[in-house]
Every structure is written in C-alpha cells, then in structure tokens.
Design a protein around this ligand. Structure first.
Ligand SMILES: O=C(O)CCC(=O)C(=O)O
Ligand SMILES: [Fe+2]
Length: 203
C-alpha cells in the first residue's frame, strides 16, 4: 500500500508484453476534478486540429491545445504547432502528475472531445520530437471513455475505461510495439478533456 492508500494499482502492467501501461485510477477527489474540468474548459486556447494527409487538408471536430516550458514547435500530421506558456491549472496538474509518476514533463498536449462522436484513431505517440521510450502521462476529465491498445504484430488488444480525474501512464517500449486509440461511441453524450504530459527533446 502506498501513501495514498492505493493497493498496488499503479504497479500492475496492463500490457502482456512489449511495453508498460499503468492505470492509477482516480488521483483526485471528484470536486477537484470538476474544478479542473471547468477551469480548463474556459481558460485553454482550444482550436480545431488541422492535418495534411495525402495532400488533403482536414479540420477535426475535436479541439486541441499545446502548452510547454518553452515555445517548442511540434510537428505532426504535417502541421506545426507552437507551445503556449503554462496556465495556473496546467501547472497544478503537471505538479500532481509529476509527483504521482516521479517523472518530469516539459509539455502537454490537450484534447477536447465534445461527445462520443469524437475520438482518436489508432496511432502511436512516436513523433521524432518526443524522447524515445519516454514516459507519457495521460489525465482524463469529464465523461468516462473507453481506451484501447493494439499490438502492432499480434493485433492483441487491451482496453480499459478512463475515469473522471484519472491518470494513465504509458512508458518503456509501449509506443514502439503498441497502437492506442479512443474509440468513438454512441453511448457517451458529454464532453471529455484529456491531457497528455510529454517530454519534448530540445533540438
Ligand atoms: O484522449 C486520449 O485519451 C488519448 C489522446 C492521445 O492518444 C493523444 O493525444 O496522443
Ligand atoms: Fe496518443
């Protein structure tokens, strides 16, 4: 049992091989999670995401934002974004996440899914700007959503539900061997905010 009364939950690897995923469950009381959800909803510079894929320009329904220690330029899906300076709540959440994981993070990518109609397709967080096999810490606020992993070779899948105020950590070779996604669902009608704390390599 740890200081917070959790029985080993943070030590169980959800993946059978080729990576490490720890689900910590809820890491804050519900009123705190509610407060962060409301504050982020109003204070984050949400924008529809843009992507250029096979020469086509896409604008997503999902909204995104990127914050960091420095105005890092971050390129994915052939679009470049520049990190904004941390807000008060993001610093609080970063400190909490660092304390829980024992890892330092220098940036955070945020996603806002308005309902279950919006999700994220299979991918790995293996962009060049990210530390290889670095730790990615994912905080969830708002509606509970299913989250899934799929092994790149065996197609084995592992899934779980991400609760309001919960923390999920992906590390070691997870991004090399596994894809992950947030499946769309008809059942969920309420919004969800996700924060992924990451380490960007300075180039
Ligand atoms: O919304 C989520 O839980 C996952 C987001 C994600 O995979 C990403 O931003 O790379
Ligand atoms: Fe991801």
């Amino acid at each position: 049992m740890d200081l917070f009364g959790n029985y080993f939950t943070e030590k169980t690897n959800l993946l059978p091989e080729g990576g490490t995923v720890h689900y910590f469950g809820r890491i804050m009381p519900k009123p705190e999670a509610d407060r962060f959800y409301e504050a982020l909803w109003h204070t984050i510079a949400w924008k529809n995401d843009e992507a250029n894929i096979f020469g086509k320009h896409f604008i997503t329904k999902r909204k995104v934002a990127w914050y960091g220690d420095q105005p890092f330029a971050y390129t994915y899906s052939n679009t470049t974004k520049q990190a904004l300076p941390w807000t008060t709540e993001l610093l609080e959440l970063r400190n909490l996440t660092e304390a829980k994981t024992g890892t330092i993070f220098n940036s955070c990518l945020l996603n806002l899914y308005h309902s279950g109609d919006e999700g994220m397709a299979w991918h790995s967080d293996d962009e060049k700007a990210l530390a290889k096999n670095g730790v990615i810490a994912s905080l969830s606020l708002g509606a509970e959503r299913k989250f899934a992993f799929k092994h790149k070779q065996t197609n084995q899948t592992v899934s779980l539900v991400l609760e309001h105020g919960s923390l999920l950590v992906m590390k070691d070779a997870t991004q090399t061997n596994w894809l992950h996604r947030l499946p769309p669902t008809k059942i969920v009608t309420k919004p969800r905010i996700n924060l992924t704390f990451r380490t960007i390599l300075e180039m």
